[in-house]
Design a protein around this ligand. Structure first.
Ligand SMILES: Cc1cc2nc3c(=O)[nH]c(=O)nc-3n(C[C@H](O)[C@H](O)[C@H](O)COP(=O)(O)O)c2cc1C
Length: 312
C-alpha cells in the first residue's frame, strides 16, 4: 500500500501532519510518537522573538470543540533552531515551521534564518491567527496582503512556502488563488474560527482575550466545504484541517480535494491517534482496493444521486 503524498519536491510518507500549536515543538511527543512515521510535524508558531502569549484563561471547552486564545506564546526562532531542531533532525521528523510576523520584513527574516538551518522541510506562513492584535491575520484577511507576504518570502527561500489561510473571510478560494499567483507551493486551511463564550452568572467572557479561535469537530463541515471550494480554483496541493478525529474524517477532506491533512485538537484528546488514523486509512484502502491513497484526492462525486424513491 502506498500512502505517500507530494508537496512539490517534498515527499511525505503519508498525509497525516500534526497541526501547529497542538503538538508543541514535536520533541515533547517524541517518547510517545515515532515522529518519523508522521507525514510531518507543524511546530508551534514562531516569531523572531520569544513571546509570553495571553494571560489565562486561554482555553475553553465548547460543544464538540475548543476555544483558544494562546496569543502565540513561543520561544522565538533562534532558540527553536538551537534547542529543538537538532532533536527533530535526529528523530527524522519532516518539519514544517509555522512562522508569524507583524511585518513582511519579519516573515522574510524568519524565512532566511530557517532556510539556513538544517532540518527544515517547509515553511508554513501563519497569516491567519485570529487572536493577536498585530500582524498575522491582517495579511491573511487582505488579498493584497496575502499576495505580498507570500511573494516576499518566495524570493528569499527555496523551501516549500505554504501560507495558512484563515476561514474568517467570505471567499476563501480567492485567497488560495492569491497565494498561488504569488508563488506558493501549497496552501493549508483552515486556521481557527473567530469565536467567543461567556459565563452568564458573572457576565464575563470566558477567555482573558475576550475572543478566541474555535477548533475541533464543530468546525469540520465548514472546513471541508472550504477545501472543496479551493480545490475548484487552484492546482496547488491543499493541506486540509479542521476537526479531524477519525480516518473517515481524513478521507472526507481528501475526497473533497485535500492532498494532505493536519490534525490538531484531536491530538489533545488522544496523543496516540496517529496509529488509529493510519490503520483506518489502510483498512479503507483494502476495502476499496486502492493501491495508492493519493488516487482519491478530489474524487468527490457530485453527480445526481439515483432517486430510487421516485419509482418506488
Ligand atoms: C491551542 C491551539 C494553538 C494553536 N496554535 C497555532 C499556531 O501557533 N499557529 C497556527 O498556524 N495555528 C495554530 N492553531 C490552529 C491549528 O493548527 C488548526 O489550524 C486548527 O486548530 C484547526 O484544526 P483542528 O480542529 O484539528 O484543531 C492552534 C490551535 C489550537 C487549538
Amino acid at each position: 500500500m502506498n500512502l505517500s503524498t507530494r508537496i512539490g519536491s517534498l515527499v511525505l510518507p503519508n498525509p497525516l501532519i500534526a497541526a501547529s500549536g497542538c503538538f508543541g515543538y514535536g520533541v515533547e511527543y517524541s517518547d510517545v510518537v515515532d515522529l518519523s512515521t508522521l507525514g510531518g510535524v507543524a511546530v508551534k508558531g514562531l516569531f523572531l522573538a520569544e513571546r509570553e502569549g495571553h494571560p489565562p484563561p486561554r482555553i475553553v471547552e465548547t460543544p464538540s470543540g475548543m476555544l483558544n486564545a494562546i496569543g502565540l506564546q513561543g520561544i522565538g526562532v533562534h532558540r527553536f533552531v538551537r534547542e529543538k531542531l537538532p532533536e527533530l533532525r535526529d528523530r527524522r521528523a519532516i518539519v514544517f515551521v509555522n512562522i508569524c510576523g507583524t511585518t513582511i520584513d519579519e516573515y522574510v527574516e524568519l524565512a532566511r534564518i530557517l532556510s539556513d538551518a538544517q532540518g527544515v522541510a517547509a515553511l508554513e506562513l501563519n497569516i491567519s491567527c485570529p487572536n493577536i492584535k498585530e500582524g498575522g491575520i491582517t495579511f491573511g484577511c487582505s488579498l493584497t496582503g496575502t499576495h505580498n507576504v507570500v511573494s516576499a518570502v518566495r524570493k528569499v527561500t527555496s523551501l516549500p512556502v505554504i501560507p495558512k489561510l484563515t476561514p474568517n473571510v467570505t471567499d476563501v478560494a480567492s485567497f488560495a488563488r492569491a497565494a498561488e499567483d504569488a508563488g506558493a507551493d501549497a496552501v493549508s486551511l483552515v486556521n481557527t474560527f473567530l469565536a467567543m463564550a461567556l459565563d452568564v452568572e458573572t457576565r464575563r467572557p470566558k477567555l482573558s482575550n475576550i475572543v478566541g479561535g474555535l477548533s475541533g469537530p464543530a468546525i469540520r463541515p465548514i472546513a471541508v466545504r472550504m477545501v472543496y471550494e479551493c480545490r475548484r480554483v487552484v492546482k496547488l496541493p491543499i493541506i486540509g484541517m479542521g476537526g479531524i478525529a477519525t480516518a473517515a474524517d481524513v478521507l472526507e477532506f481528501m475526497i473533497a480535494g485535500a492532498n494532505d491533512v493536519q490534525v490538531g485538537t484531536a491530538n489533545f484528546v488522544d496523543p496516540f491517534i496517529w496509529r488509529t488514523l493510519l490503520a483506518g486509512l489502510e483498512d479503507y484502502m483494502t476495502r476499496h482496493r486502492i493501491v495508492k491513497l493519493s488516487e482519491i484526492i478530489g474524487t468527490i462525486d457530485t453527480t445526481q444521486r439515483e432517486q430510487a424513491w421516485i419509482s418506488s
